[in-house]
Design a protein around this ligand. Structure first.
Ligand code: SAH
Length: 225
């Protein structure tokens, strides 16, 4: 299947740029993130039947009960993670591959993205989209994100795109000193988007945890399928 990368009408670059202007008005200031979102065609990451809604600021179904996150939340999470350049990024929950594409396009800050998805059928689709966009600095694996990616750890940044009840210790252990993890945490309607900062080398103390926003994500589920 070939992708209509350019799009027309509701899927055109102009429509996408209108969304990016709205994100800017909603408080997203990071120009690297805004540029990446202006560049990545979100409409190829969702079903063709829904492609005309790709540049509304809403989450949309991607099959198997999962969703592609709302653009504002993608922008907020990406800019929160990339407050400073972070070379090696681990993403938990590849889903459609859209967030992966946005992260890996920010080459001024990011070198490589490692992404984990527990639902096997989503992976070939995500890979095909990234290939169509000529994105090569990404590795995707079928595994349970609760374990992180020990063979590739440590990571400078970790982005979790599904909500655990509590942050898995294993993920915090795979952060470099000075590294940052961004994740939705909690159940149902009561999730919070949280930031976990690991102290830099030579700094004493524990992780610093801050809350950014209230959010609603699909749950982080144990085991693979
Ligand atoms: N970043 C995605 C959002 C997908 S929704 C996008 O841009 O489209 C969250 C994804 O997390 C789903 O695909 C879900 O299957 C996946 N997920 C849930 N629990 C997981 C786990 N334990 N390990 C890896 N992926 C998981």
């Amino acid at each position: 299947m070939a992708f209509d990368l350019d799009g027309i009408g509701m899927t055109s670059r102009r429509t996408r740029e209108r969304l990016v202007r709205r994100l800017e008005k909603s408080g997203i200031r990071d120009s690297a993130v805004l540029d990446a979102m202006a560049g990545v065609p979100r409409h190829i990451f969702i079903d063709e039947a829904l492609a005309h809604r790709a540049y509304e600021d809403s989450a949309l179904p991607i099959g198997l009960g999962q969703t592609i996150s709302q653009p504002f939340i993608v922008a907020l999470m990406t800019s929160t993670l990339l407050d400073v350049p972070r070379k090696r990024i681990l993403e938990i929950g590849t889903g459609s591959g859209y967030q992966t594409a946005v992260l890996s396009s920010i080459t001024s800050k990011v070198e490589k993205v490692f992404s984990i998805e527990r639902l096997e059928p989503l992976i070939p689709r995500a890979k095909k989209r990234l290939r169509a966009l000529k994105i090569t600095n990404v590795r995707i694996k079928h595994a349970d994100g609760y374990n992180g990616w020990p063979e590739e750890a440590l990571f400078d940044g970790i982005l979790v795109t599904a909500a655990p009840r509590l942050i898995p210790e294993e993920l915090l252990c795979q952060l470099t000193p000075g590294g940052r993890l961004v994740a939705p945490v909690g159940e149902g309607d009561t999730q919070e988007l949280r930031v976990y900062d690991r102290p830099s080398k030579g700094e004493n103390g524990d992780f610093v945890v801050t809350t950014v926003n209230r959010v609603r994500f699909v749950p982080l589920v144990k085991g693979i399928k």
